[in-house]
Ligand binder design. Structure first.
Ligand code: ARG
Length: 266
């Protein structure tokens, strides 16, 4: 069974602006956010069959809900993120504590290396891709590669709206890739093309990428995708995936959706 770490949105709001989606005046509706989050949990547990681990929300840490940024977990080892912005650096200790209390060996990178966890490190069993420049530092990847013994292909994120790799790049269980080509430069596109054959590359239209079509959770043949992405849904269904649409616009006010709200624990 696939296990996911999540954090209830009890203190979720827009307290600061660290990406182009966040505007303080665009306040979160707390009861709508809670309802959307509960609906996401219900789909993950009942329709996808994922196991859910809930961590305690912390007052004053509105973005703790985005557990994809906690770090990267491989087996019993958890490498905790080092956030670029001070607003989120205070989350690091809480994620580290959760991992420690749940029996993980907690690893960290050198202080000077920003790395924002599974938000910027995604891939297939053997090859990983690392998104950099907006948040994570490209220099973190050689260290991560050494620690986890995986090849990591760096991809520069060139569009500030797609500031974490998981906003524009979503590897699927069958080896296909859902992605927004314009979020990458020509080097990145060539690197992707070299690893993933054309028939497996599913380009998402920009009007759906801005509705976070790439921020999907794929477990086996089940894909949980933000609502309002019909063309992406069609691409997925044509490849034999079952899609589950979830309304997540309250979280998009902060620049996140389904994938950001979960961290794969295995
Ligand atoms: N407001 C959060 C931030 O800017 C959103 C994080 C979304 N997480 C993600 N994995 N894309 O850091």
């Amino acid at each position: 069974m696939s296990r996911l770490l999540v954090c209830p949105p009890k203190y979720f709001q827009i307290d600061y602006e660290i990406n182009p989606w966040m505007r303080r005046e665009n306040a979160v509706d707390p009861s709508r956010a809670a309802g959307q989050w509960q609906a996401l949990m219900k789909v993950l547990e009942e329709e996808v069959g994922a196991g859910i681990e809930r961590m305690q929300p912390v007052p004053g840490l509105p973005d703790l809900v985005f557990t994809a940024n906690a770090g990267v977990v491989v087996g019993r080892r958890a490498l905790v993120s080092r956030f670029r912005y001070p607003e989120r650096q205070r989350e690091e200790a809480h994620f580290a504590q959760w991992f420690r209390e749940h029996g993980y060996e907690v690893l960290t990178l050198e202080k000077t290396l920003y790395f924002e966890g599974a938000g910027d490190l995604l891939g297939f069993p053997d090859t990983w891709f690392g998104g950099y420049r907006q948040r994570s530092d490209i220099r973190s990847f050689p260290r991560l590669s050494e620690i986890f013994q995986r090849e990591i292909i760096p991809l520069e994120l060139i569009d500030s709206r797609f500031y974490h790799l998981d906003t524009c790049f979503c590897p699927l269980s069958g080896g296909e890739l859902l992605y927004l080509p314009t979020a990458f430069d020509s080097y990145g596109l060539a690197a992707i093309a070299q690893r993933i054959p054309e028939e497996r590359r599913l380009a998402v239209p920009e009007e759906e990428a801005i509705r976070f079509a790439c921020n999907a959770v794929c477990v086996g043949k089940e894909v949980v995708i933000p609502a309002g992405c019909p063309r992406t849904t069609h691409l997925l269904e044509a490849r034999g995936y079952h899609t589950h649409a979830v309304e997540l616009d309250e979280f998009m006010k902060s620049g996140g959706a389904a994938k950001c709200l979960t961290l794969a624990l295995d």
